[in-house]
Write a protein that binds this ligand. Structure first.
Ligand code: CMX
Length: 436
């Protein structure tokens, strides 16, 4: 058994009695109430999900396993010659809550090289789609096609299924999926945008560096990839992609079914697709401005108001939980300030950051006028030559797999049941409203 799996098993054994005790002794303790508004408006802020992988404070932002983004970057072993931790180190940390040693990281890196082989038929499925199909559809279809490989589904059908051991098979699928998804993503990129000419993987490289290599983008894109996948991994359980993954897996659907579904949610413009929308917005703005005209506070402000007055949202701004600038935005901004401070697009994004919160406050609708992760991410891709912005959500999808896969492994470990919230009717709400 790998060190990662052994440590995970030990953590699971320690955690199970805590969950059991809460259920048996304190199951009736009330932790929230639900208002009519919350029932109608997307269950916002209702506390009814449990995860230890990450926690999102509205003002502080995300903590992965108790660590902020800077603390996470600081604590984990870095890739040789890189500024950021390897994705493999982060995976170990997300799953176990422990900072791995270099030796433990090296074991995961070696394991992923074995796991990452994608069956050829997955690529055939993607190739069978019309070439102008959205890359997110291709990714979701590729992941779904791979369901045939599920060790969890095979175990379930073996006649020996034991709930206590289900996590082991989910862990196997989860590990295969996180190792394979960057391969599928790089394939989609080169298939769609680089004349179907592919670059074989390099056995000497960690996941982030190998992804950059297969994309055909030189350094520091290896570090960009590591940073990007870590930042996009998890945002506690309630967001559309994480929640979808958790929900689908709760029916004992395997990791491939669950993650294909999660990707379909990530592909929505109010969620992951917002990063492509940000780039589209910027390009339309520049096109309207005309050749040689510099962006100014005045013309950016006007463009933002035009968007709002047309009844559209400003992509990359606002959030369901956050009430300040997203630290994932800040982390990427710091990268830009260090590596590409003079990039014209970065300067424009910075100007939007100066202006948009004030515009949104004056507009008076958005509860959070500050930027989220998607406002900054596309600019970095653009800078390094990945300019096909309908690919950007695929990158988000590679990162988000880490969080969803860690979560559903733990869901099975802790024996979380099928998820099934209760509906009520409008007439019932009216009755309760009348009764006060
Ligand atoms: N521009 C314009 N209006 C906005 C807005 C924005 N960026 N953000 C919120 N609003 C509006 C909402 O549409 C809503 O309007 P209605 O009352 O007419 O329905 C009102 O403000 C209140 O919404 P809210 O409570 O502040 O926000 P929600 O929790 O309902 O939605 C989110 C959150 C992210 C969907 C929303 O802020 C939004 O649409 N932002 C733009 C898209 C985006 O960047 N999404 C990416 C989020 C991060 C991610 O998941 O990747």
């Amino acid at each position: 058994m790998s060190q990662l799996k052994a440590v995970l098993q030990q953590k699971i054994e320690e955690q199970r009695p805590r969950t059991q005790r809460l259920l048996k002794e304190f199951g009736n303790v009330v932790i929230d109430q639900v208002t009519i508004e919350q029932a109608i408006r997307g269950a916002r802020d209702v506390r009814c999900l449990v995860t230890d992988i990450s926690y999102l404070d509205p003002f502080e932002g995300i903590r992965f396993r108790g660590k902020t983004i800077p603390e996470t970057f600081e604590a984990l072993p870095k890739a040789p010659g890189g500024e950021y931790p390897t994705v493999e180190a982060f995976w170990y940390f997300l799953l176990t809550g422990e900072v791995p040693t270099q030796e433990q990281v090296d074991e995961v890196i070696a394991e992923w090289k074995e796991r990452r082989v994608v069956p050829e038929y997955v690529y055939d499925v993607i190739r069978a789609l019309p070439k102008d199909t959205h890359p997110m559809t291709m990714l979701s279809a590729g992941v779904l096609a791979m369901q045939r490989e599920s060790k969890f589904a095979r175990y379930y059908n073996s006649g020996e299924f034991n709930k206590n051991r289900a996590w082991e098979y989910m862990y196997e699928d989860a590990s295969d999926l996180v190792a394979r998804i960057p391969m599928i993503a790089a394939f989609i990129y080169r298939y769609k945008f680089k004349d179907d000419v592919h670059i074989p993987p390099d056995r000497d490289l960690d996941m982030g560096a190998n992804f950059a290599h297969m994309m055909g983008v030189p350094k520091p894109y290896d570090d960009v990839s590591r940073m990007y996948f870590i930042l996009h991994s998890d945002h506690e359980s309630g967001n559309v992609s994480a929640h979808t993954g958790h929900l689908v897996a709760s029916a004992l659907s395997d990791a491939y079914y669950a993650y294909s579904a999660a990707l379909n949610g990530l592909a929505g413009p109010l969620h992951g697709l917002a990063n492509q929308e940000v780039l589209r917005w910027i390009m339309e703005f520049q096109a309207k401005l005309g050749e040689g005209v510099e962006p100014t506070r005045e013309n950016v402000t006007k463009a933002l108001w035009d968007t709002l007055n047309a009844g559209q949202v400003i992509p990359g701004y606002g959030h369901g939980v956050l009430r300040k600038t997203d630290p994932r935005y800040t982390a990427q901004r710091e990268f830009c300030l260090k590596h590409m401070p003079d990039d014209p697009l970065f300067k424009l994004v910075s100007m939007i950051y100066e202006v948009a919160p004030g515009v949104l406050m004056e507009h008076g609708k958005a509860k959070n006028p500050w930027p989220n992760v998607d406002a900054q991410s596309g600019v970095i891709q653009w800078h390094y030559g990945v300019r096909e912005w309908d690919f950007y959500t695929v990158l988000f999808g590679v990162g988000r797999a880490l969080g969803v896969m860690a979560n559903i492994t733990w869901d099975r470990a802790l024996g979380y049941p099928i998820e099934r919230p209760k509906s009520v009717t409008t007439a019932m709400l009216e009755e309760w409203a009348a009764a006060g």
